[in-house]
Design a binder for this molecule. Structure first.
Ligand code: AMP
Ligand code: MG
Length: 370
């Protein structure tokens, strides 16, 4: 038998059915293990739980009856049809955009937060449904030289360097950076590359070299007081932007890999863990949040803008958007095309250890011939 959750529910517009469940003293949890496990993977852990986190969650599970009630509610929400989810979300005046798994997670997160607030476990935090862990996210999506048949002998060079600056508190895009870069090893773009990315020969012929673009990007970050007054984290779709494109470009340009890019947020992973969808390409994530892809796929800036929509949705739905990948030396993993990438998962405990201590430095870069 569960205990009643103490506190007032009046401030929240609960649907009657769920309000009834919460108030009932005699509810027995259903699917308890499954739903608690889901809680663990969805909201507590960036990239799979450590033994320590699992233990902590188990302890919490029994330390307060509210966790059993949350587990029960999650089981109930899991059984809802999409129409039932929409009905409940509407009653709560929450957004109803998105796929079934996105809607279910939104409803679960709302009830979990509310119940934890009401039971005094988590402090009520005013209007902030958003979990602010960084002041800004800097969303990057590189485009690179390529050939129709991908192979690892072709050295890819970054040809578009876009960034979208998202203010986490406001949930708004505040600025954008974009520059094309002039490739040196393969200065002539293939027809395939132009068709894929929309980047023309003229765009790259008139562009600065990568090292100069990186310097301009760092000046832009500094102008925004990122890394000094404000904290920020790099966000990408997949491990390749940092773990492959930037890593190999820095080696080619003979410059150091920027420290502020050594940890990043792979949004594909965050999305998959939070909404429990499995890892999906950008276009599918966009569909699942109930939007249409804006602009041209494989244009770096358009890709970055669409990633920003996903970050905004995740923030609104209460996800913890934290570092979940980092650069590693050696032990390359291979993409389907044979190209190496150098990344490893960052778990919650590691994130906690580095949070707030992670400071970028912006080195003076000598001009380079590449
Ligand atoms: P994306 O961020 O998906 O636009 O891809 C980044 C870069 O990966 C592109 O600029 C290309 O260099 C390469 N790429 C992406 N898709 C393909 C493809 N289908 N074939 C060859 N290269 C690709
Ligand atoms: Mg792209």
């Amino acid at each position: 038998m569960l205990h009643r959750v103490e506190g007032s529910f009046n401030m929240f517009a609960y649907s009657d059915e769920i309000k009834e469940m919460i108030r009932t003293d005699t509810i027995e949890p259903q699917n308890e293990n499954k739903t608690v496990e889901e809680e663990k993977t969805d909201s507590e852990v960036a990239d799979g739980a450590t033994d320590e986190e699992t233990k902590e969650l188990k302890e919490r599970e029994y330390s307060h009856p509210v966790y059993k009630q949350i587990a029960f509610l999650n089981g109930k929400i899991n059984s809802y049809s999409k129409a039932e989810l929409i009905k409940n979300l509407k009653m709560l005046k929450l957004d109803t955009d998105g796929s079934r798994s996105v809607l279910a997670k939104r409803l679960k997160t709302f009830y979990k937060k509310t119940m934890l607030n009401v039971s005094g476990i988590q402090e009520q935090n005013g209007s902030s449904k958003i979990r602010i862990l960084f002041d800004f996210y800097v969303i990057i999506d590189y485009e690179a030289t390529c050939e129709l048949l991908r192979n690892s002998d072709f050295k890819q060079e970054i040809i578009e360097f876009p960034a979208v600056l998202l203010n986490c508190q406001k949930g708004e895009v505040q600025d954008e950076f974009r520059s094309y870069c002039r490739p040196v090893l393969n200065p002539l773009l293939t027809e395939f590359c132009t068709e894929l990315t929309g980047i023309t020969q003229n765009d790259v012929d008139t562009a600065p070299l990568f090292t100069e673009v990186l310097t301009s990007f760092e000046e832009w970050l500094q102008k925004k007081k990122l890394g000094t007054k404000y904290s920020f984290a790099i966000v990408t779709d997949g491990p390749w932007d940092m773990g492959h494109f930037l890593k190999s470009q820095c080696a080619l340009s003979n410059i150091e890999f920027p420290t502020y890019c050594k940890y990043w947020i792979n949004i594909r992973k965050t999305f998959s863990n939070f909404y429990n969808t499995g890892k999906l390409p950008l276009s599918t994530m966009i569909q699942l949040i109930g939007r249409e892809f804006q602009g041209r796929a494989h244009s770096g800036l358009d890709d970055a803008r669409n990633i920003a929509f996903i970050v905004q949705r995740l923030l609104k739905d209460g996800a913890r958007i934290i570092f979940n990948e980092k650069l590693v030396e050696g032990n390359a993993r291979r993409r389907d095309d044979g190209n190496p990438f150098f990344s490893a998962p960052v778990h919650n405990t590691e994130f906690k250890a580095i949070q707030g201590k992670f400071r970028p430095n912006f080195p003076q870069r000598k001009s380079s011939k590449i």
